[in-house]
Each structure stands twice: as structure tokens, then as C-alpha cells.
Design a protein around this ligand. Structure first.
Ligand code: 2IT
Length: 476
């Protein structure tokens, strides 16, 4: 199929009543007056933090039904407290490149909420990193971590580094400089960073090496370490596998399975890789991958050596998927996103706000039945509304992609116990955790009369656990 042959029906072709989805249509709930007031105050205080406000509004909408029945949250001023990070660390990251030029970047760590445990969350090295994006990510992380049931608070960090394109040496110097500031703020009982976009096992290695040198301690202050020296088996696979396990639960609850389903995936990084691997194993057919340069359409399915090639692309330092098309002789669609390709399941696994309203309309028009967020908040507010009201099943990232941080939690446990657990044990725990998150989501949605609404279920499930712990711990 060539670029022009990708079947996309024009937007006007969308039936006036979308085909009935298995989930039923979900109205976006109205804000409770208390939530509306706190959101208005927050918007006035940080009007430029668009992504953070987007994440807060979505959670506030979902928990509005809880606020109605539990007035103590207002008396305890839980919303005012929960949107305020406990601590924000911002610092300069200076490093010298291979041409001996001095480079300056901005590094951050947002220690968002420690009600349930030490701050825990990834480190993102990407040009898009700002305090705003890290606040949204730290906020989301707090509820995601709560859903895992593990003792993990929420945090996020990173730097505005276009990580791809740096030489190996430059990357190492950058990591060392970043850690030279950060080391005094983290620790196994304080804050435990991991990887995220632009930070994988290699970067965690450089960060850990510098941490160890500065503190003279070998401990579990970082997760995502190589399995040979303190990392957990299956940590690299965990986020993507977790997405696949969650999808399996969703399908199972509707009497379906992945076998024979067509899946459109965006991104080609860690989450897309793990998800493609596990979903292919489960009988699904992954027909797209994408990068900032466009998307590839592989109707035969991304499987076998093609999945391994995703790792090669990642390590090449080129932020592009065209190489895949060249190598495997499939179509490349420059500058476009994969949501125009007909699929049963759409899996945005790249970056925030990568799926917008026209994309959502295209998915519905093409008969997509499930959208599962592998990335954090990849769906815009407008797209979310279209998808939820359009009757397909929508699973938010804080539920679907929690497998990564869950296995980070198990890495912390292994580090504390000085143990290395076998892959089978980790995989079984991952499956159990994803099943439990699915139960929490469906249970909470049902309790509030919104059966099948995973957005509502995930937000309420995470929020209540954090809020109750905050109340128990007093006004801090
Ligand atoms: O978004 C995420 O959940 C992560 N980047 C993983 C965080 C972690 O601490 O493993």
C-alpha cells in the first residue's frame, strides 16, 4: 500500500451515530464546585502550565463524584494539597561536547507526593522537557503508582536535552553532570528515579556510576539498572508487557482475545517495543510504528527480527523510523501519524498529546474499538472527549502503563533484600498487578454507576488511596 492508499474516510463520512462500542458512551463528568474552585485558582496561578492543568482537570472531573459523597476531602483541603508538588528542584546542567564547546541545559526533579512511599518516577531527557511537562508527569505518576498497590510516592525528573544525536561520550558526560546536582536529593528512602523517554539502561548506568562515585554507596537509589548489577529481570519489557496484559484483561472482560486483532502502535521506543513483542506473542498483529519523521505501515505485522530491529533503531541515536521501511520494504508515510490506518486497537506509545481530535475521529470512523494509552497522556482533551463519547473502550496511561513502575517497585524490593528474583516470578507479579489494577478500575467505575469507564475508575482508584494516606498523615 502506498502513502496515498492508506484507507482513511473523510471526516464527513463519520456516521452521525457512531457504531455501538462495547463500552457504552461515557459523558465527561461535570466538575464538583470544590474542584472547579481549586482548578480556577490553580489556572490563575500557573496559566502557562497547560499540560499540568490538562492532567489536573481530567483527574478532578473523575473524582467529582467522590467529592459529592465525601465532603471531608474539602474540609481537609485535599485538592489544594494534592496539586502542589511537595518539592521542586531545578538546576543547571553544564557539559562539554566532543568539539570542546560548553553546553547548558536545564535539569529538574519534581518530588510530587510522598504519601504512599518515597518519590518514584522516571527521568526524561527530551527537547520538550519543561517544568510544566514534569509537573504533569509527576502528578500522573502519583496516581499511577497508587494503583500498583506498592509503597511508592510520585515524582518525575529530567532535562531539556535532545538526547538523540549525542555521541556516547557526550551522553555519559551529560549524565554525570546531571547527577552531580541531583545526587544529594535522592536515595532509597527519599526519591528513586528511573528511566523514561531518552533514558534507558545505558543512561541509568552512567547516572548510577556517578551517584556511586559521589556518595560512595552502592544502593537502590535508581531503578532500571542492568540486570547484572542490581537491576530487575524484565524491567525493560515491563511497561510494554504490562500494557499488553492490561489489554488482555479488558478484552477478557468482554469475551474477546487479542488473537487476530490488528493493532496500530505509535512510537518505537521502550514501551512500543515491549508492547509489540507481547501482543504479537498473544496473536495480535502490530501494523504500524512511528517516529517524529512519520510512520511505517507493515500490514504483515511487526514480528520476529523486526521487533529486535526496534532496539537497533533506538540505539542508532537517530530519532526516526524510516530506516525500518527501507530495511523491510514497507511503506513510510512522512510527517504523518498512524491513526489513519484501520485497526481494532490503537496504542499511542510515544509522547503526550500525540493523538488529537481529528485522529480520534479517524479512529472511530475506521472502526477502532479500543484505545489504550502506552505513553503518559498521549490523548488531547478534545480527542479524549470524542473517544469517550464515541463509545469505544478507552484506557488511560496511568492504568495501562503502570507495569513499568510496578517492576521498578519490585527492583527496589530486590535491592533492599539483596536478592535477584527470576524472570518467571517477576512476570507472574506483573500479571497479578495489572489484573489487580484492572479490578480497581472496573470496581471504582461500577461503584459510581459508570461501568466500563476506565478513566473514571483509574482516577478514583488512585486518588482515594493517595488522599486517604495524606489525611492520615496530617496537615503536611
Ligand atoms: O512513566 C513511568 O511510569 C516511568 N517512566 C517509569 C517510572 C519508574 O520509576 O519506573
Amino acid at each position: 500500500m502506498s502513502a496515498t492508499e492508506v484507507r482513511i474516510r473523510p471526516r464527513t463520512a463519520r456516521p452521525s451515530t457512531p457504531p455501538p462500542g462495547p463500552a457504552g458512551r461515557h459523558r465527561v463528568p461535570r466538575l464538583h464546585p470544590y474542584a472547579a474552585r481549586v482548578l480556577t485558582e490553580l489556572s490563575a496561578r500557573v496559566p502557562w502550565e497547560a499540560e499540568f492543568l490538562q492532567a489536573v482537570e481530567e483527574v478532578f472531573e473523575s473524582v467529582s463524584v467522590v467529592l459529592e459523597q465525601s465532603p471531608h476531602y474539602e474540609t481537609e483541603r485535599v485538592l489544594e494539597r494534592i496539586v502542589e508538588p511537595e518539592r521542586v528542584i531545578a538546576f543547571r546542567v553544564v557539559w562539554t561536547d566532543d568539539a570542546h564547546r560548553i553546553n547548558v541545559h536545564r535539569g529538574y526533579r519534581v518530588q510530587f507526593n510522598s504519601a504512599l512511599g518515597p518519590y518514584k518516577g522516571g527521568t526524561r531527557f527530551h527537547a520538550s522537557v519543561t517544568l510544566d511537562s514534569l509537573k504533569f508527569l509527576g502528578f500522573e505518576q502519583t496516581f499511577k503508582n497508587a494503583l500498583t498497590g506498592l509503597p511508592l510516592g510520585g515524582g518525575k525528573g529530567g532535562a531539556d536535552l535532545p538526547a538523540r544525536g549525542l555521541s556516547e561520550d557526550e551522553l555519559m558526560r551529560f549524565c554525570q553532570s546531571y547527577m552531580t546536582e541531583l545526587y544529594r536529593h535522592i536515595g532509597p528512602d527519599t526519591d528513586v528515579p528511573a528511566g523514561d523517554v531518552g533514558v534507558g539502561t545505558r543512561e541509568i548506568g552512567h547516572l548510577f556510576g556517578q551517584y556511586k562515585r559521589l556518595t560512595r554507596t552502592f544502593n537502590g537509589s535508581l531503578t532500571g539498572k542492568a540486570a547484572e548489577w542490581g537491576g530487575s529481570r524484565l524491567r525493560p519489557e515491563a511497561t510494554g508487557y504490562g500494557v499488553a496484559y492490561f489489554l488482555q484483561e479488558v478484552l477478557r472482560s468482554r469475551g474477546e482475545s487479542l488473537d487476530g486483532l490488528t493493532v496500530a502502535v505509535s512510537g518505537f521506543g521502550n514501551v512500543a517495543w515491549g508492547a509489540a513483542k507481547k501482543m504479537t506473542e498473544m496473536g495480535g498483529r502490530v501494523v504500524t510504528l512511528s517516529g517524529p519523521d512519520g510512520f511505517v505501515h507493515d500490514p504483515a505485522g511487526v514480528s520476529g527480527e523486526k521487533i529486535d530491529y526496534m532496539l537497533t533503531m533506538r540505539h542508532s541515536g537517530r530519532d526516526a523510523v524510516k530506516d525500518y521501511a527501507d530495511r523491510f520494504g514497507v511503506d513510510f508515510h512522512p510527517g504523518r501519524r498512524p491513526w489513519v490506518v484501520p485497526c481494532d486497537v490503537a496504542l499511542p506509545c510515544a509522547i503526550q498529546n500525540e493523538l488529537d481530535t481529528p485522529d480520534a475521529e479517524a479512529l472511530l470512523a475506521n472502526g477502532c474499538r479500543y484505545v489504550v494509552e502506552g505513553a503518559n497522556m498521549p490523548t488531547t482533551r478534545g480527542a479524549l472527549r470524542v473517544l469517550r463519547e464515541g463509545g469505544l473502550v478507552f484506557v488511560p496511561g496511568k492504568a495501562a502503563n503502570a507495569g513499568g513502575v510496578a517492576i521498578s517497585g519490585l527492583e527496589m524490593a530486590q535491592n533492599r533484600a539483596c536478592e535477584t528474583w527470576p524472570a518467571e516470578r517477576i512476570d507472574a507479579s506483573l500479571q497479578a498487578i495489572m489484573t489487580s489494577i484492572h479490578e480497581i478500575c472496573t470496581g471504582a467505575a461500577e461503584r459510581y454507576g459508570r461501568s466500563g469507564d476506565y478513566v473514571l475508575g483509574a482516577n478514583i482508584g488512585g486518588f482515594v488511596r493517595v488522599a486517604e494516606a495524606m489525611i492520615d498523615q496530617g496537615a503536611v
